[in-house]
Design a protein around this ligand. Structure first.
Ligand code: ZN
Length: 169
């Protein structure tokens, strides 16, 4: 198990702004990367997604906990390698946050329907249709692979808020 430090936007924006390369490396290296991503994500109780650049690796791999809803237990993370969004729609505002911006939240406009292809962690080709908040989570992580951050998609003039402020609203 290796929990890696998360790259923070306030400290190293250039790492998070870099576009990531497709994963091609040998299976053992890819497996280690996925394990590190999952371990790091699970070490943060409020995380439901993590992209490789957030642990300083500019490769196209993400892990996401799908099926997340208010007051629900986080499901085990799944990995998607070299994800490609084939189709996206139903854009609307939703809650967003990022482990690279600890304690800050905002509302972003993202698709609530996506169809994507990629590879699972055993190297098998996958294609999935995701709806609702699952689509939001995956879209957020795929954005990271292109150097796009949630502050770029913020609705409401880009205003961010803390958790305490969100509860008062
Ligand atoms: Zn993020």
């Amino acid at each position: 198990m290796s929990v890696r430090p998360i790259v923070l936007y306030a400290e190293s924006p250039e790492i998070l702004r870099k576009k990531s390369q497709n994963v091609k490396g040998d299976a053992a290296e890819v497996a280690q990367l996925i394990t590190d991503l999952k371990d790091t994500l699970l070490s943060h109780s409020d995380g439901i997604g993590l992209a490789a650049p957030q642990i300083g690796v500019n490769l196209r791999a993400i892990v996401v906990c799908l099926g997340f809803g208010p007051g629900e237990e986080r499901k085990p993370p799944m990995a998607i390698i070299n994800p490609v969004i084939l189709e996206a729609g139903r854009e609307q505002p939703d809650f967003d946050g990022c482990l690279s911006f600890p304690g800050l939240y905002g509302e972003t406009i993202r698709p609530h329907f996506i169809r994507l292809s990629g590879m699972d962690e055993s190297g098998r080709q996958l294609e999935r249709t995701l709806e609702g908040f699952d689509a939001v989570v995956v879209h957020h992580e795929v954005d990271h692979l292109n150097g796009v951050l949630f502050i770029d998609r913020a609705a409401d003039g880009g205003k961010l808020f803390t958790k305490a402020e969100a509860r008062r609203a």
